[in-house]
Ligand binder design. Structure first.
Ligand SMILES: NC(=O)c1ccc[n+]([C@@H]2O[C@H](COP(=O)([O-])OP(=O)(O)OC[C@H]3O[C@@H](n4cnc5c(N)ncnc54)[C@H](O)[C@@H]3O)[C@@H](O)[C@H]2O)c1
Length: 264
C-alpha cells in the first residue's frame, strides 16, 4: 500500500519509533495522521508537526481504542492503516534469577499493551474494513517476538503472542483484502531501549527510529508480512528452526555472559 492520501492511526506515536512513523507518513502524503498515546503532551507536539490530530489514549483500555477509532473515522474518514505500535519494556532482570519470578503486574501490563491492544484494534476495525473492502494493520512487535529477549520473560512471551495474533489476523482476513505487516527490529535508539539493560538486542547495531520508519514505508509498499529493519534476524530465525536445541544453547550462553556482566 501507498500511504499517500490515507488516514492513518499510530499508537505510541508521541515518541521513538511511533513518532518517526508519524513524520514519515506525513512526508509521504498521508491525508491525516492521528497520534494516539498516553503521553498527551508529546502526542499533541507530534500532531502539530504533521498537521495531524492527537488523542490521549491508554491502549490497554478497550474503550479508549474504540473511542480513537470512532472519533478518527467521524472526523477524518475511514482508517486505512492502523499501526499498533505502543509498547513498554517492563519486567527486565538481566540476572534472570527466576524466569517466573516477576510479579503479575509487569506481566499483565505487557499482556494488555503488547497483545490485547492489537486484539481491540482488530475487534473494532475488522467489521468496518470488511464493509468497505479492505484495510491494513501494521503491528510493531520486535525481533524478541520471533527469537527471544534475554533477561525479560514478560517481553519475550507477550511479543511472541503478538506474532501469533498477527499471523491469525492475516490468515483469517486475507480473503477480506485486509493486510497485515509486523515490524520486528532489534535495537532502535529510543527512550525504551535506553531504559533497559544493554544486551544482545544491540548486537547488530542500534538503528535510528527514522531508518526504521523508512523500512516500514518500503515494507508497506511491498505488502510483506514481515518487516525486518535488521536483516540479520531472518538468519537467526532460520538457525532457530533448523536446530532448536543448538539455538537454545547459544541463547543460554548469551544469558550467562549477561549475568557475568551485571554480576560484576
Ligand atoms: N526501541 C527498541 O529497541 C525496540 C526494538 C523492538 C521493538 N520495539 C517496539 O517498538 C514499539 C515502540 O517503542 P519505542 O522503542 O519507540 O519506545 P518509546 O518508549 O520511545 O515509545 C513508546 C511509546 O508508547 C507509548 N505508550 C506506552 N504505553 C502506552 C499505552 N498503554 N497506551 C498508549 N501509549 C503507550 C509511550 O508513551 C511512548 O510514546 C514498542 O512496541 C516496542 O516494544 C522497540
Amino acid at each position: 500500500m501507498q500511504v499517500t492520501g490515507k488516514v492513518v492511526v499510530v499508537t505510541g506515536g508521541a515518541n521513538g519509533i511511533g513518532k518517526a512513523l508519524c513524520e514519515t507518513f506525513h512526508k509521504a502524503g498521508a491525508a491525516k495522521v492521528v497520534v494516539a498515546d498516553m503521553d498527551a503532551a508529546n502526542a499533541r507536539a507530534v500532531a502539530a508537526t504533521v498537521e495531524g490530530a492527537a488523542f490521549r489514549c491508554d491502549v490497554a483500555q478497550e474503550k479508549e481504542i474504540a473511542h480513537v477509532i470512532e472519533e478518527t473515522e467521524r472526523q477524518f474518514g475511514p482508517i486505512e492503516l492502523f499501526c499498533s505500535n505502543a509498547g513498554i519494556g517492563g519486567g527486565f532482570d538481566p540476572m534472570s534469577v527466576n524466569a517466573g519470578g516477576a510479579s503479575d503486574e509487569p506481566w499483565q501490563r505487557s499482556w494488555a499493551i503488547h497483545v490485547m491492544a492489537h486484539v481491540y484494534a482488530a475487534r473494532y476495525l475488522i467489521p468496518r474494513m470488511k464493509a468497505r473492502g479492505g484495510g491494513y494493520f501494521l503491528n510493531t512487535i520486535s525481533a524478541a517476538g520471533l527469537l527471544s529477549q534475554v533477561g525479560s520473560p514478560a517481553y519475550s512471551t507477550t511479543k511472541h503472542a503478538a506474532v501469533g495474533f498477527a499471523e491469525n489476523l492475516a490468515i483469517s482476513h486475507k480473503a477480506d483484502n485486509i493486510k497485515v505487516s509486523i515490524l520486528c527490529p532489534q535495537g532502535v535508539d529510543t527512550n525504551m531501549l535506553r531504559s533497559i539493560p544493554k544486551g544482545p538486542q544491540s548486537g547488530d547495531g542500534d538503528l535510528t527510529p527514522e531508518q526504521v520508519a523508512k523500512d516500514v514505508l518500503a515494507g508497506l509498499a511491498q505488502e510483506t508480512f514481515l518487516i525486518l529493519p535488521h536483516p540479520q534476524v531472518l538468519g537467526y530465525m532460520r538457525k532457530k528452526t533448523e536446530n532448536y536445541d543448538r539455538w537454545i544453547g547459544g541463547m543460554a550462553k548469551i544469558q550467562a555472559k549477561m549475568r557475568e556482566e551485571f554480576g560484576k
